[in-house]
Design a protein around this ligand. Sequence first.
Ligand SMILES: Nc1ncnc2c1ncn2[C@@H]1O[C@H](COP(=O)(O)OP(=O)(O)O)[C@@H](O)[C@H]1O
Ligand SMILES: O=C(OP(=O)(O)O)[C@H](O)COP(=O)(O)O
Length: 400
Amino acid sequence: MKTIDDLQVAGQRVFVRADLNVPLDGTTITDDGRIRAVAPTIAKLVERGARVIVASHLGRPKGAPDPAFSLAPAAARLGEILGQDVAFAADTVGESARAVTAGLADGQVAVLENLRFNAGETSKDDAERGAFAEQLAGLADLYVGDGFGAVHRKHASVYDLPKRLPHAAGDLIATEVGVLKKLTEDVKRPYVVALGGAKVSDKLAVIDQLIEKADRILVGGGMAYTFLKAKGHEVGISLLQEDQVPACLEYLARAEKRGVEFVLPVDVLVSAEFPDLKTKAPAHPDTVAADAIPADKEGLDIGPKTRELYAAKLADAGTVFWNGPMGVFEHPDYAGGTQAVAQALLDSPAFTVVGGGDSAAAVRLLGFDETAFGHISTGGGASLEYLEGKTLPGLAALED
Ligand SMILES: Nc1ncnc2c1ncn2[C@@H]1O[C@H](COP(=O)(O)OP(=O)(O)O)[C@@H](O)[C@H]1O
Ligand SMILES: O=C(OP(=O)(O)O)[C@H](O)COP(=O)(O)O
């Protein structure tokens, strides 16, 4: 893979595909880790006299503009971090984007509006994605891929655009790949993978391959309920991927056959309602055994016995990869499971990698020192698919 050092960037319009998909409370960024992670690449390009065009997705808007998913707050934060004005285009490839990018002088930076306001960005149709990539290519001379959190997506700005412009990997991608590569080549055992979070359908599939690589798999967060259902338990109104119940049964059986320890929650915190993340009003959850979730309740965190069990399963690890919060950590009543697992990682002698936008944010928001972990990755799904051994579209496109 070429790096920025292989490109002559002075005076050139350089398109940087970043992952500025940060957690927001309205228009307030609650954790800016992903912006800080890509800022050094942008600063390097600025210093070398490039005209930098930064693009990213934020959230999952439905292919049309939606003010709730505007990148304007992220652009403003990037300006503060860089210590210079950052222009913002009110669209991605329209009149505003053309005017703002054409007006850039050497060393100036612009951020485009959310890529996913355009249906072409995420389209499954190659021609539709290609047409959008052509429009993006018209804005720039060079491409730098540095949105590690999105390299597992076969999207126009990630996969099709680098095929149309001279390209290189940014410094964040180079660092992320360097650390994860070590985890695939030289892993100290026992290798424990902890999975949680809410992107259940995406991430259940990676377990298929992880069974071949890990010694122990701990499942919490929204991921746990499809497994509990597979074991025949009532899961109430918890997050559930019904169509993957048979796959979960197969994973459990295969893990047992291969001697991989598969650990599920033994107790959970439940409530009839999803908590109010804005007011953070007390939620008064009940603690119930994992095989006794009431039909009208939803599991929102792992319970105290599970926290102890998972801490014990992490204590003797040689390597830990953790993606996905153990509960709805954004509310204090459901942050305890995530807090306990983060603390167990710090207490274990293992080399620890925490991956994912929300997982990394959780670690910082719960007050942990991020430098105490081996590596905090900006990508959750991306790291998991890398560790699975999959070819990632956004990395393959940079290698071509
Ligand atoms: N039991 C649960 N039910 C619903 N949502 C959950 C549950 N546990 C965790 N979550 C949510 O998962 C989200 C993060 O999931 P995900 O995006 O998969 O993680 P990451 O960004 O770290 O890869 C958080 O917003 C958290 O509130
Ligand atoms: O937040 C992200 O991934 P993650 O939750 O797996 O860390 C990336 O920005 C990718 O977003 P997507 O899962 O909507 O494609």
